[in-house]
Design a protein around this ligand. Structure first.
Ligand code: ZN
Length: 292
């Protein structure tokens, strides 16, 4: 089962968000039939979304990550709440690129660096908070760290990893965000930087049955890590026939009638989970009756 942990070192010098997201990314792959490169790019974005969502306070708060780097994958979008739910899609899921010389998936080239990462935080205020930064590497982890620095002046280390198996299934996925707290002393900051510098590649930590708690304690073994929260995580879409109806109604009576004249049925597809909704016969009449 996927889950997120929230942790803090005992001296309260930094906080950790860490998540194992293998099943979440595999569910996304099944919904969207993503190529290995697309699985990695979307998977890293979903993994980050799960953790960033948990930084919000209320159940109804929503965080959206929109990445558009001008690369062949097109736009990548993820929407998360603070309850461990995330949904998302990539515009061109079948795009795949050759592996890099080091044998890794070339997420950076597939995403591109000629564009922006935009993070929209909707916490029920009149206007959502929108922060945007230029993409640096397109590898997503570093771009999110840059986002926190540029928009919130918050130092962060972000590590995201997705391993794709030969049969294209997700072998493992996970990641963490580490943020030093305001009163961290120089000595501890150096210790923290060393811990991060001595790490293996992040995917290796998640490519087994180890508990997320143990992974956190292993990476930050020079510190006393206290786990403060454990939240189940999953890919979960909240689309419904009612929502699709509402979207159709917003098209307007005249345009809807035109679509029906040509096709007699209306099929809508949810971008996030590819679920299809079919409207025909009575359903359509009810829909049209509902529009004044
Ligand atoms: Zn859906």
């Amino acid at each position: 089962m996927d889950y997120i942990i929230r942790a803090i070192d005992k001296k309260k010098t930094f906080r950790i968000f860490m998540v194992k997201s293998t099943e979440t990314v595999e569910t996304a792959r099944l919904h969207h039939n993503t190529s290995p490169t697309a699985s990695a790019a979307l998977g890293r974005t979903l993994t980050a979304g799960l953790m960033m969502g948990c930084m919000m306070k209320n159940e109804k708060d929503r965080l959206t990550i929109n990445i558009n780097g001008g690369g062949p994958l097109g736009t990548i979008l993820a929407v998360a709440d603070n309850q461990g739910h995330v949904k998302g899609y990539v515009e061109n899921p079948s795009v795949d690129l050759p592996l890099k010389d080091n044998g890794k998936l070339d997420v950076g080239s597939a995403v591109g660096t000629d564009g922006k990462m935009t993070v929209i935080t909707d916490i029920g205020m009149k206007e959502p908070y929108v922060g945007s930064t230029d993409l640096v590497t397109g590898e997503i982890g570093e771009d999110i760290a840059t986002y926190y620095w540029v928009s919130e002046q918050q130092q962060s280390a972000v590590a995201l990893g997705v391993l794709v198996d030969r049969d294209y299934r997700i072998k493992s996925a996970g990641g963490f965000i580490v943020q030093p707290l305001p009163f961290i002393e120089e000595e501890d900051l150096v210790k923290l930087e060393n811990a991060l510098g001595n790490m293996k590649s992040v995917s290796e930590y998640f490519d087994n049955d180890d508990d997320v708690e143990d992974i956190a304690r292993r990476i930050f073994s020079d510190f006393e890590v206290e786990i403060t929260d454990k939240i189940p995580a999953s890919f979960s879409c909240d689309c419904s026939e009612e929502r699709m109806e509402a979207a159709l109604i917003s098209i307007g009576k005249k345009d809807l009638e035109e679509i029906i004249r040509e096709d007699e049925t209306i099929e809508t597809v949810c971008h996030f989970c590819n679920k299809k909704y079919l409207f025909e016969g009575e359903k359509i009449e009810r829909l049209l009756d509902g529009i004044r």
